[in-house]
Write a protein that binds this ligand. Structure first.
Ligand code: ATP
Length: 726
């Protein structure tokens, strides 16, 4: 890698675009005081990302920008661009030429460009660190700054040496890893916090899930018990129902038959009761009585007629009163009716009726009492009458006999009928008794059926309840096989054979289990299970995350340890080498004596930091402390150290701003030899007033400043250079 050029535009006194080429190993910049030479050295610092304005003799970014003069107006921005030849790919960019540019604006804002593309400062710093161009600027020794390495603290010195040894890239990497580790630790704390936060909720959900699982177990158990219970109940109901139905069949048939028989018997008996026999008998008897009474009346009249015929000599006779047969029949009929009717009356009424009859009879007797009537020629009138009566009497006697015979026959028939009725009645009574017996039985069976119907209703309710509790599958109880202890499935008959109390016991057990299930009250299980699942997943995710973070923290720890180890080894080695070189350069500068670098550990009591200390021993002098050195001696010591550092790990370029100012002629020559030696490994840009130094340069730039305050660059020959420098 080689520095090709620098281009300043609006930077400090370089108001105009000013390019400088570095085609030689040593470039010397010369010019009068105040012409802007140091501004060039600072433009390098600026471009490489220097953040300290103080180290560039400014207070703010704005101080870097051309501030204007009477002739040339001020600039809006300052820019410096460095161009490197990167054919050797010392910078890890796949370009033969790499340009780095920094721009500062009046508002203080900065832009960094890598090959014209905007990048971050860090990108540039990291890129340059690879090429041993560190930010500490150990390779840019500003005016009067050579001394800095002597006056700085051991820690600052250590940083400069680390930078010079090219350890900055490792330091960057370590710093970056430490930041990452810190971030990882923070993330771990955060994840641990989240897990801690999640833990009680997860615990709660796990508890809920356990409850749900227990409830589910209980439900499964309940389901099994329910299946057996329902199966048994169903079989019991079916078989009992059919048994009761069968049991009722015979009595029902018999009951129906009895009903028919009873109806029939009743009809039969009713018909007989309404029979004409009795009324016919009554009619015949009445007729018999009527015939008898007519016969009596005719007999009496015949007797009277015969009496009259016997006393026909008398003039006047007491004669019997005569009533017509019709009158007598009417009377007799009435008496007979009254008497008949009285048989159906109560005692008092009968008495009244009899009294009325006595009155009636007395009246009739009064009417038929004998009266005295005159009789004239009785025989002529009486005889035909007598004959007529005798004929009628004979007819009546025949009639009476016939009636009497008819009555006897009818009585006989009625008696026979009465016997038959008694038999039918007995049959009816027995049928009714049997029917009542059957009805009792049937009513028992009906009650039994109603009981079964109630049980069936209850069974339906139970099936519904079971389905609600343990799920629809329970409806399939019919296909459930109840298994005996022996392991064989029980038949329906076996099931129905069981004592009913066992089933009652099962029902009570189910009730108790239902209560337990209700008490288990697992809440909305789907929601809880879902939430539990999600929480478990989240926890697993966090655990996984934590493991990842732990792993990455471990690898970062390892990387940091590794880097620390590398840094420590390289630093120790580097320090040793620099110390040796330092001693050699020191001896070269002072002719003899010795110098060395020492690592110092932090000493809290003494208030010293860990870092690098210097020890020098001047020839023929007993001076040990740096503060006791003269100005020239200090310059020589610092140059020896700077050159030692550059020798061990040569930077691509080295800028020395009047480092040689305090040297006498003899030392100037040694200095000249040394830079010629250094230039073999690093490009040198030396700002100098020293003739000896100028003589070593391949290219000489003269800087001038006119009345417009603008610095200008011109290439000069060695012979002209001394003139320009004045
Ligand atoms: P010496 O040989 O005395 O060390 P030099 O050649 O190193 O001098 P510099 O210190 O580089 O000179 O230049 C200083 C000059 O630059 C001063 O004249 C100063 O006014 C000018 N200068 C510095 N900053 C600006 C700026 N922002 N705008 C204009 N001019 C500036």
């Amino acid at each position: 890698m080689r520095l090709k050029s620098i281009e300043l535009a609006g930077f400090k006194s370089f108001a105009k675009r000013t390019p400088l080429e570095f085609a030689s190993a040593i470039t010397s910049v010369v010019g009068p005081n105040g012409s802007g030479k140091s501004n060039i050295a600072e433009s390098f610092r600026f471009c490489l990302g220097e953040q300290s304005m103080k180290s560039m003799r400014g207070r703010r970014g704005e101080d870097m920008i051309w501030s204007g003069s009477a002739a040339v107006p001020r600039a809006g921005r300052a820019s410096v661009k460095l161009t490197f030849d990167n054919s050797d790919r010392a910078l890890s960019l796949d370009f033969d030429e790499v340009s780095i540019e920094r721009v500062v604006h009046r508002d203080g804002g900065n832009d960094y460009l890598l090959n014209g593309s905007p990048v971050r400062l860090r990108d540039i710093s990291e890129l340059l660190a690879q090429a041993n161009i560190g930010a500490s600027g150990h390779h840019i020794i500003s005016q009067g700054e050579a001394d800095r390495i002597l006056t700085s603290s051991p820690r600052e010195r250590r940083e400069m040496i680390e930078d010079a040894l090219g350890l900055t890239a490792f330091l960057y990497k370590r710093e970056e890893s430490e930041k990452k580790l810190e971030k990882t630790a923070e993330n771990m704390r955060e994840v641990e916090g989240l897990r801690r936060e999640l833990a009680p909720h997860l615990k709660f959900l796990q508890h809920q899930v356990r409850k749900i699982e227990e409830a589910q177990k209980l439900r499964d158990e309940l389901s099994g018990k329910y299946l057996e219970y329902l199966k048994r109940e169903s079989v019991y109901l079916r078989i009992t129902e059919s048994l009761v139905r069968d049991e009722a069949e015979v009595p029902e048939r018999e009951h129906n038959e009895l009903n028919e028989r009873i109806t029939r018997l009743r009809e039969e008996l009713g018909k007989k009761r309404d029979d004409v026999g009795t009324s016919e008998l009554m009619r015949l008897e009445a007729e018999g009585r009527s015939v008898g009474s007519r016969r009596d009346s005719i007999s009496r009249e015949l007797g009277r007629i015969e009496g009259e015929l016997a006393a026909e000599k008398r003039i006047a006779h007491v004669v019997e009163s005569v009533v017509s047969a019709a009158e007598a029949r009417a009377f007799a009929t009435r008496v007979e009716r009254e008497l008949e009717e009285s048989s159906q009356l109560n005692e008092q009424e009968t008495k009244n009726r009899l009294l009325a009859l006595i009155v009636l009879t007395k009246e009739f007797l009064r009417r038929i009492a004998p009266r005295e009537i005159p009789v004239e020629n009785p025989a002529e009138k009486l005889l035909p009458r007598k004959e007529a009566l005798e004929r009628e009497l004979a007819e009546l006697e025949t009639k009476e006999r016939e009636t009497s015979e008819a009555i006897a026959t009818l009585r006989q028939k009625i008696d026979t009928d009465k016997d038959a009725n008694r038999e039918a009645e007995r049959e009816l009574f027995s049928a009714m008794a049997r029917r009542s017996e059957l009805e009792t039985r049937l009513s028992q069976l009906r009650a039994r059926r109603e009981q079964i119907e109630r049980e069936r209703q209850q069974f339906k309710t139970e099936v519904g309840e079971a389905a609600a509790l343990v799920g629809r599958a329970i409806a399939d109880y019919e296909s459930f096989a109840v298994v005996a202890e022996t392991g064989e499935a029980l038949s329906d008959a076996d099931l129905a054979d069981e004592d009913r109390t066992r089933q009652e016991e099962r029902r009570r057990k189910l009730e108790r289990m239902k209560i337990r299930l209700e008490e288990a009250g697992a809440g909305n299980s789907t929601e809880i299970l879902k939430e539990h699942q999600e929480t478990v997943e989240r926890d697993a995710f966090l655990t996984h995350e934590l493991a990842d973070l732990t792993a990455s923290a471990e690898s970062l720890h390892a990387l940091i340890a590794d880097l620390t180890q590398t840094l420590s080894v390289r630093f120790d080695e580097g320090i040793a080498k620099i110390s040796t070189e330092f001693d050699a350069f020191f001896k070269l500068m002072f002719g003899s004596g010795s110098a060395s670098l020492e690592l110092v550990k932090a000493d809290e009591e003494a208030g010293t930091q860990a870092g690098v200390d210097l020890t020098v021993s001047l020839p023929h002098k007993r001076i040990k402390g740096l503060h006791m050195l003269s100005g020239g001696e200090r310059a020589l010591t610092s140059i020896a150290l700077i050159f030692a550092m550059s020798q061990v790990n040569p930077p691509p370029f080295l800028i020395l701003d009047e480092t040689d100012a305090a040297l006498d002629e003899a030392n100037s020559r040694r200095y000249g030899d040394m830079i010629a030696n250094l230039a073999q490994k690093s490009q040198l840009i030396v700002i100098t007033h020293n003739r000896e130094t100028m003589s070593r340069a391949g290219i000489l730039y003269g800087i001038t400043m006119g009345s417009d305050g603008v610095s200008k660059v011109l290439s000069v020959k060695f012979e002209e250079a001394l003139g320009v420098a004045k």
